[in-house]
Design a protein around this ligand. Structure first.
Ligand SMILES: [Zn+2]
Length: 113
């Protein structure tokens, strides 16, 4: 389950930020997860629950925003929305869509004290 290592990565990032900005506790965090990031949402929430328990983010509320998958259809020469990395173009049905966005996971915002 790679969500566990993603969750550990998030906590490491929070700890690094805590050192930089000298806060001691994370109360809420907002994550942005692209539709094409390959992240299983429920698995990630479960993993975060586990790894945050022993961290400065113990008990923090996690908010998740989903970014739509974005691509560029080479046949239509225009941007399209896709729901999976290897989706066909929703307009012309050709499998020549390059992913241009919505394939990342980011920590967008933190509420700390
Ligand atoms: Zn197309």
């Amino acid at each position: 389950m790679h969500e566990m290592s993603l969750a550990e990565g998030i906590v490491q990032l929070l700890e690094a930020e805590a050192k930089k900005q000298s806060f001691t506790r994370v109360k809420q965090l907002w994550l942005s997860i692209g539709e094409l990031a390959g992240v299983e949402l429920e698995a990630l929430k479960f993993s975060l629950d586990v790894v945050m328990r022993d961290s400065l983010a113990n008990g923090a509320t996690v908010h998740v925003e989903r970014e739509p998958g974005q691509g560029w259809c080479m046949a239509c020469s225009q941007p399209v929305l896709i729901h999976a990395r290897y989706d066909a173009c929703p307009k012309c049905g050709v499998f020549q869509v390059q992913v241009t966005g919505g394939d990342e996971m980011q920590v967008k915002e933190l509420e700390v004290e």
